[in-house]
Design a protein around this ligand. Structure first.
Ligand SMILES: Cc1cc2nc3c(=O)[nH]c(=O)nc-3n(C[C@H](O)[C@H](O)[C@H](O)COP(=O)(O)OP(=O)(O)OC[C@H]3O[C@@H](n4cnc5c(N)ncnc54)[C@H](O)[C@@H]3O)c2cc1C
Length: 584
């Protein structure tokens, strides 16, 4: 017998009926709902600028980086070999490569560099694409992006930090900010005794007062950080505030991206809870007294480090008005919430495409899985969910842009849309991931496909930046304090009324509930958030989406045919048209 024949006879691993290895994809060009949403919600330059990112994020190289960044999670390095404190985190090179992908192309900065001109839409769409490369590293991208509105509460601090935060240069070195070409920012609010209720924070801030008198004009003269020396930075801080800064003492139970160059932090002062910027290095170039205690061993989000930290008299400067720390940090949280509403949609899109690719190449019971009616219904239903989420996220991004231009109704929408989208998109994601995983059968549950990773990642955006219930309470608060926000949502939905009976009926019932006495609404807040989000999604799809998607969405999410699980569509649902939205 020849060698070749012997090999064939002994072969036990002829691989048949398995999909071909994944090939590179263009995550923008192949995503029709994204292209269409950008065409209606953003100026033309946004899609043009995103085009290379779509190709790069879907390339085999970047997808492999995403896998590696998860497989080799960050490690804590508390001390150097001689026992000196380092308090550093060491990341796999894949993580740094992903950070370069985002920051060296300015996706953390575009919202502010093109503010009011499509920058927010560009940021949100970029985040949706970057998430499909790997969601964990998007946490520091989001926080760095979101820090600016909080820093704007203290123009002098903003003037020194903004150039580094907006620089298109990822610089991971642990050095004083003045010596770096690009900066990132994290946030530290959560403490052991209270995360949602940050009023219980115990971290204490004590002012370091010098004899130098406050200089009220200093803010207007503040120089960019990069252009001044360390010593000048300290002097300028003194001149601006009349103080040497503040000393913070206390713990923070969660602090993600602990290698950031500074952390926006809440701490107690005599005036009440206040906001501070705590740099990793003091203005005179010493390591700040921020000790890392340990890294969390997390269910998912493994590429991203989340630490427990201690401030041991850490030097800080105040941001915003003393005693108004929550209001100040909410400027940042409003931004992070939109990202936390968008990331799950990106993850759902990635899982959907993965599942669709698999079922088209895998056969069972004599036919491709994609030809089996139940599989078709399931994937068509999932495709609708992604399209609805994308429509709402990009509409919210446009509202941020309108708010920046001073448009009152867009500003009103911008208050509510991120909250609604954050709540509802994240409630839809874990179940979605389980279904996508199941489409692949057994190998969906195996780490070699991205489904296991996406499944573990799915709950996190619901927990941070306001957990589900807290988001719903915030919805009630915003509706009570800013009635114009609900009026703006009403107007947005009204634009689609009269087109589809299920939407009209759902909205009428919702209005009746919203009319109840405000103090009776709390137990219904989850339902109100869900219904407001779904009515908005339905209205957006009816106005702008294909009829097949819009009709089926309204019937199955708002009408009598609504079911709690994925994969329940009316018998006459236009499956081919719905599945075509996934792309090839
Ligand atoms: C991976 C990861 C990274 C994180 N990174 C950071 C970070 O970088 N910086 C940071 O500051 N924090 C971070 N966090 C912390 C996160 O923001 C908090 O965990 C979150 O805000 C919830 O706070 P908590 O854990 O104290 O839960 P709790 O506040 O105890 O809430 C527990 C549950 O109770 C619910 N709840 C609270 N109040 C009410 C109410 N009045 N009515 C009904 N239900 C209520 C909440 O919705 C939640 O479901 C991170 C968390 C995770 C998981």
């Amino acid at each position: 017998m020849s060698d070749a024949a012997a090999r064939t006879r002994l072969a036990t691993h002829a691989v048949t009926n398995q999909p071909a290895p994944p090939s590179a994809r263009d995550l923008l060009a192949e995503d029709a709902p994204l292209c269409e949403a950008l065409a209606r919600e953003a100026p033309d330059w946004v899609a043009r600028r995103l085009a290379p990112l779509g190709r790069e994020a879907g390339s085999a190289e970047v997808q492999a980086l995403g896998e590696a960044a998860n497989r080799y999670p960050p490690e804590l390095r508390l001390f150097d070999r001689h026992g000196r404190r380092l308090d550093e985190v060491s990341y796999h090179p894949a993580y740094h490569a992903l950070m370069h992908l985002a920051i060296d192309h300015g996706w953390h900065a575009v919202a502010w560099q093109e503010e009011g001109r499509g920058g927010h839409q560009a940021h949100v769409a970029a985040l949706y694409l970057l998430t499909q490369a790997e969601p964990g590293f998007c946490c520091p991208i989001t926080m760095t992006h979101a820090a600016l509105p909080a820093l704007r509460q203290s123009p002098a601090v903003e003037a020194r930090w903004a150039p580094g935060l907006l620089a298109w240069d990822y610089d991971p070195r642990a050095l004083p900010a003045t010596e770096k070409s690009g900066l990132t920012v994290g946030m530290a609010m959560t403490e052991k005794q209270g995360g949602s209720d940050v009023r219980t924070n115990t971290t204490r801030a004590d002012a370091l007062v010098t004899s130098t008198r406050a200089d009220p004009l200093a803010a207007t003269r503040a120089a960019p950080l990069a252009s001044i020396t360390r010593a000048e930075a300290l002097i300028s801080t003194r001149a601006e505030t009349g103080m040497d800064g503040w000393r913070l003492t206390g713990h923070k139970w969660f602090c993600s991206a602990p290698m950031s160059d500074a952390f926006l932090t809440l701490a107690q002062t005599d005036a009440g809870l206040s906001c501070f910027l705590v740099p990793r290095f003091t203005p005179d170039g010493e390591r700040n007294a921020i000790e890392l205690q340990r890294l969390k061993e997390k269910c998912g989000n493994r590429a991203n480090a989340s630490a427990e930290i201690e401030y041991r008299g850490a030097w800080a400067e105040a941001i915003g008005e003393p005693g108004r720390g929550i209001a100040t940090i909410l400027e940042m949280v409003q931004q992070t919430r939109l990202d936390a509403a968008t990331a799950p949609v990106g993850m759902m899109r990635q899982a959907l495409v993965e599942a669709w690719r698999h079922v088209r190449e895998r056969h069972a019971f004599g036919r491709a899985l994609s030809e089996q009616p139940l599989m078709r219904v399931l994937l068509a239903d999932m495709a609708i969910e992604v399209e609805a989420g994308l429509a709402l996220s990009l509409r919210a991004a446009r509202a941020f842009g309108g708010a920046a231009r001073g448009e009152a109704s867009e500003a009103a929408l911008a208050r509510l849309l991120p909250t609604l989208a954050k709540y509802w998109h994240n409630k839809r994601t874990p179940g979605f991931m389980a279904e996508a995983m199941e489409c692949l059968g057994g190998i969906g549950y195996v780490e070699e496909t991205p489904l296991a990773r996406l499944y573990r990642e799915a709950p996190v955006n619901s927990i941070w930046e306001g957990s589900g219930n807290v988001i719903c309470l915030d919805l009630l608060r915003v509706m009570a304090r800013h009635p114009a926000s609900l009026a703006a949502v009403r107007e947005e939905v009204s634009a689609a009324r009269g087109q589809q009976a299920d939407l009209d009926c759902a909205w009428t019932k919702l209005e009746a509930e919203l009319g109840a006495a405000p103090n009776t609404l709390e137990p219904r807040a989850r339902w109100l958030a869900q219904r407001l989000a779904q009515c908005l999604q339905g209205a957006l799809l009816l106005r702008h989406g294909p009829l097949a998607v819009a009709e089926t969405f309204c019937r199955t999410r708002l009408g009598g045919e609504a079911g709690p699980a994925y994969g329940v569509l009316p018998g006459n649902a236009p499956l081919a048209a719905l599945l075509a939205r996934i792309g090839d």
